[in-house]
Design a protein around this ligand. Structure first.
Ligand code: 26Q
Length: 842
């Protein structure tokens, strides 16, 4: 056994026998669960019935449930070990897992037993479950998608492992003070994390700094070794990922950075002692905090260190396991391994895999490149050119001299290919080069990912088409077969069965529970949409969910929502392209109508908006302030009463969505066409019976296709029209020609919502009136208001609305990540399912 410096490890000299193997399973009946719970609560945690802190009840239950996962986890690992099948690795800087306890109960299918066991001790699951902090290891859609993917991989029994970072601080907690976002640190590990298993025996070393040294080996072959300035340890923490009721428990492996004392100050940063010590501290802190931006912010050294740390530790880990069975024989490595890169964030993996294969395992360029380009696949999640990641060459060079050298070589060889295909086309060479020239050279990470991968996919049909026509056009011309689409999804286990027990019950009685594994079975609801009695029950479930949300929000915000009102919801990261601004302009329009007495046939409405802004994104933060100020004016105006309420949902997160989406009537998906890659919140709402008001953007298009135009409130310019209008966009003209918008702008400009802070919202007013406004908010205002009027009218026709609501849910089958993952597997990975060995029952 090789021992790593700094880690406790005492070699065992005895050999335990089979009597130690524990493949018998613990019981899942209420009595067995109760006994486990009591054991942890009384013996391990040492608490008694006087304990008033929900945390201990949560901890005891988590440990009892974890024991049951552990058995299945071991069997799954054994089954994979025995089958020596091809495996895939989902490499992602973010896994937005949310809570694990209720998810484990759901997937072990023991919620009912646990309920009984707790009731027997006078306890309720709901409050205990609420004591679990969200694992907020992600920003938004991309991170949550990774979490849903893991759930589906485990449910489909695919040998897929997630690789990510174990951030000490996840996504910040959002406080709202005086209408402003205030960020608070989220120390989610403070009270312990019962779901992780530290695996110090698989610790890897990751290097930074120093320089690359070229030498001739004993055979006279030219080789390179990296003389690094610094070593950082990567210690894995494994998190169990249970499949749905199938005995499979897959693994999410999260790396924590730790230091060795074996670092070399003078190598790393010759010249400055203080810089060198600062660099050491940075290295120790690599996994301290998640970057809370959801678009690439250029140049942050620590972020690049995080990316390399993830890529290097993960690939080394896979190679370590490979060597256990195959030694230095890599002939079948490409056949047996697939790495899926979640956006460009882990893309330095291209250079790192090359480096490990050449410098450490002695391959030549051709062999190493063959393996690299047969094992890596890249998923893109954005259409905004400004969000494409770029890293300054000087920074790359300083931190990662050897990988940088490899990137230069990849680029040189790639540009030779371009030159062969398009001789003499210097412009094209410049456009396609992985290294962008300019006053400061930059590495274009997306281009590195495309060149190094055998598959490049977008996340919705429109997005994948636009990538081929726009951002990646040159590459599509070169390699049309690399490009493909994999429309996103969400897991119906968490996003329907788990978060909407009322609906789950109704569905169980109506069409059974087959949809939990096969969401297309929701189609069985279609005939029931015609039955008044069923519609009534559907309505009752929705109303109860709305009441639950209202009850949660009242103490939190001081606003009381009437469940009879139309619950109109937009929750997602705050971004100009997502146009929360358009939503609030509509709210101001409604307010103006009420104030001017135009309330004939009014539909009472509760507008709920939630989401976090990147801490450095001033415009997004100002939009939050505007929403809160409008909310205050509207909610305090006696003339408005119950006709309109506006709530900003503070600290929006995964567990909040579990409360929100079952209670939503109208789902706001109102991005400027061609800007939202897919969206996934839109799918959660649809599954739970919301109708969508939306543009022809991202997955909205596919949602509308599935449910039918008449059950979707469409508005706005499409992508072509947006492009066409840009030429001579004239917001001032649009405002002047539309009295509804003119009045809204008057209220804004008249400082009705910032009476004590003159000029506060001028940047927003300026943005709307700017002919260069990339989001073209004014252009879509009028058709948005029209669509909102249709929605309001439809809501009053309860039967029509309920029918549409049922059909939305019934037609949401496509948007399961089970379908998405099957497509990844059929089109990109080619894995065989491996059923877990059933363990011997007790
Ligand atoms: C990169 C470099 C430096 C700092 C931060 C980042 C960074 C971090 C997170 C860049 C992007 C993200 C997240 C992007 C994201 O969530 N995109 C969303 O992905 C969803 C899943 O595919 C889509 O549904 C959404 O449309 C897309 O916006």
């Amino acid at each position: 056994m090789q021992l790593k410096p700094g880690l406790p490890a005492i070699p065992l000299r005895q050999k335990p026998n089979e009597n130690l193997a524990d493949l018998t399973r613990l019981g899942n009946d209420p009595e067995a669960v109760r006994d486990s719970f009591k054991h942890y609560f009384n013996h391990t945690l040492g608490r008694d019935i006087a304990c008033e802190n929900a945390h201990y009840y949560y901890s005891a239950l988590a440990m009892a449930v974890r024991d049951r996962l552990m058995e299945r986890w071991k069997s799954t690992l054994q089954a994979y070990e025995q089958s020596q099948c091809r495996r895939a690795y989902y490499i992602s800087m973010e896994f937005l897992m949310g809570r694990a306890l209720t998810n484990a109960l759901l997937n072990l299918d023991i919620s009912a037993e646990v309920d009984l066991a707790l009731k027997d001790m006078g306890l309720e699951l709901e409050e205990i479950d609420d004591a679990e902090p969200d694992a907020g290891l992600g920003n938004g859609g991309l991170g949550r998608l990774a979490a849903c993917f893991l759930d589906s991989c485990a449910t489909l029994q695919l040998p897929v492992r997630g690789y990510g970072l174990r951030y000490e601080y996840g996504m910040f907690r959002q406080d709202i003070r005086d209408g402003h976002q205030v960020e608070e640190p989220d120390h989610w590990l403070r009270d312990g994390h019962p779901w992780e298993l530290e695996r110090p025996e698989y610790t890897q070393s990751v290097f930074f700094g120093g320089h690359a040294e070229h030498y001739a080996d004993s055979q006279g072959v030219l080789r390179v070794r990296w003389r690094p300035g610094q070593e950082v340890l990567a210690v894995p923490y494994d998190v169990p990922i249970p499949g749905f009721d199938n005995g499979t428990v897959n693994t999410l492996r999260l790396w924590k950075s730790e230091t060795t004392d074996l670092f070399n100050l003078d190598e790393f940063n010759a010249g400055s002692y203080t810089d060198a010590v600062a660099a050491k501290t940075q290295a120790e802190n690599i996994t301290m905090v998640l970057y809370p931006n959801d678009k690439s912010e250029n140049g942050k050294q620590l972020r690049l260190m995080q990316q390399y740390f993830l890529a290097s530790a993960s690939i080394q880990d896979v190679i370590r396991e490979w060597k256990r069975h195959n030694g230095e024989d890599f002939s079948a490595f490409a056949e047996n391994n697939r790495f899926q890169l979640n956006d460009t964030h882990p893309t330095v993996a291209v250079a790192e895999l090359m480096r490990l294969l050449m410098d450490v395992h002695g391959m030549d360029w051709r062999q190493a490149w063959g393996i690299t380009t047969r094992t890596l696949a890249y998923t893109n999640h954005t259409l905004l050119p400004e969000a494409l990641e770029r890293w300054p060459v000087w920074l790359f060079q300083k931190l990662l001299p050897r990988p940088m050298e490899i990137i230069h070589e990849i680029n040189a060889r790639f540009l030779d290919q371009v030159e062969q295909r398009w001789p003499g086309d210097a412009e094209r060479l410049g456009r396609m080069s992985i290294i962008e020239e300019g006053h400061e050279q930059q590495v274009r990470m997306a281009y590195l990912a495309i060149v190094g991968s055998y598959s490049v996919n977008g996340v919705a049909e429109l997005h994948s088409e636009l990538l081929k026509e726009g951002l990646f056009r040159d590459f599509y011309e070169m390699w049309p077969d690399k490009f493909n689409n994999k429309t996103n999804g969400v897991t119906q286990r968490r996003w329907l069965a788990g978060c909407n027990p009322g609906l789950r019950g109704l569905l169980a009685e109506t069409i059974g529970e087959g949809w939990i594994r096969d969401l297309s079975q929701l189609r069985g609801l279609v005939p029931h949409a015609e039955k008044p009695a069923f519609r009534q029950r559907w309505h009752a479930v929705k109303q109860a969910n709305k009441q639950r949300l209202a009850d949660y929000l009242e103490p939190l915000t001081g606003i009381r929502l009437d469940p009879e009102a139309l619950f109109d919801v937009q929750v997602k990261r705050i971004h100009e392209y997502k146009r929360q601004l358009l939503n609030i302009l509509h709210v101001i329009h409604l307010y103006n109508r009420i104030k001017s007495g135009d309330t004939q046939g009014w539909t009472p409405r509760a507008v709920i908006i939630g989401g976090k802004a990147a801490p450095g994104y001033d415009m997004a933060k100002l939009i939050i302030k505007l929403i809160n100020n409008v909310a205050q004016v509207v909610n305090e105006d006696e003339a408005v009463g119950d006709l309109l309420k506006v709530v900003f949902f503070p600290n929006y997160r995964v567990s909040a969505m579990e409360l929100i989406c079952p209670a939503t009537d109208l789902s706001e998906q109102i991005s400027t066409a061609g800007k939202e890659a897919s969206g996934t919140g839109n799918m959660k709402f649809m599954m739970n019976g919301a109708l969508t008001i939306g543009t022809l953007d991202g997955a909205n298009i596919e949602i509308r296709e599935e449910v039918g135009d008449e059950h979707f409130f469409l508005f706005g310019l499409d992508e072509d029209q947006v492009q066409a209008m840009r030429e001579n966009y004239d917001p001032a003209g649009i405002i002047a020609a539309d009295p509804r918008l003119a009045q809204v702008m008057e209220l804004l400009q008249g400082e009705r919502f910032n009476q004590t802070e003159p000029g506060l919202f001028d940047p927003i007013i300026g943005a709307i009136r700017d002919p260069g406004d990339p989001w073209m908010t004014a252009a879509d205002f009028s058709s948005y208001v029209d669509a909102q009027e249709q929605a309001a009218a439809c809501y009053q026709d309860r039967d029509a609305w309920l029918r549409s609501s049922i059909l939305n849910s019934a037609c949401s089958g496509k948007f399961s990540t089970d379908r998405t993952i099957r497509e990844y597997n059929e089109g990109i990975w080619g894995l065989e399912p491996v059923p877990a060995e059933p363990a011997r029952p007790a």
